[in-house]
Structure formats: C-alpha cells, structure tokens
Design a protein around this ligand. Structure first.
Ligand SMILES: [Zn+2]
Ligand SMILES: [Zn+2]
Length: 90
C-alpha cells in the first residue's frame, strides 16, 4: 500500500480489513525502524545488565527507572523479543 492509497482510503473513510492490516503492519515497521534509529544514536558505553535485557521502546525489564538503556545512556546490545514479536505478528 502506498502513502497515496492510505491518504485516499482515509479521505473516502472506506477501509477494508486488508487495508487496515496493511496499515497496522506499516506502523509496526516504522516503529521498528524508529527503534533502531534511536538505538544507533545512543553511545555504546560499557555493557551492563540493562544493555543485555532492556529495550529502548519497551522499557526496563527490571522495572528500574534509571535504566541505562531506557534513559538512552547506553545502547541496547540485542534485538528485543517483544519488538521482534510485534513485527512477526504484523
Ligand atoms: Zn533496564
Ligand atoms: Zn522492544
């Protein structure tokens, strides 16, 4: 689905289920790209328990407010399972 088709569908207010699914997939892909874009902007830093487990999008897996990954002090060093699951369910 192209951007123009999306805009056209919004204008007609006439969404098919297929279009809605495509759009939600598109949103997920964009989220995924955004996730990686943020991730690579964050400095590497020395690895710690957060860089191995936490996600810049899904937050700290230990519920730590000062998580080095979520606060963007350090780059996460893995692809978060929740992120992958969201893309695959797309
Ligand atoms: Zn954390
Ligand atoms: Zn994630």
């Amino acid at each position: 689905m192209t951007k123009n088709q999306v805009l056209e569908a919004i204008t007609r207010n006439d969404w098919t289920l297929k279009e809605i699914n495509q759009l939600s997939h598109l949103v997920r892909v964009l989220t995924w790209n955004k996730h990686h874009e943020i991730r690579f902007k964050v400095p590497k830093g020395s690895p710690d328990v957060h860089t191995d487990h936490c996600c810049i999008v899904h937050g700290c897996k230990f519920g730590d407010d000062d998580c080095s990954v979520f606060t963007q002090k350090k780059r996460q060093e893995f692809d978060c399972e929740e992120c992958i699951a969201e893309i695959e369910q797309g």
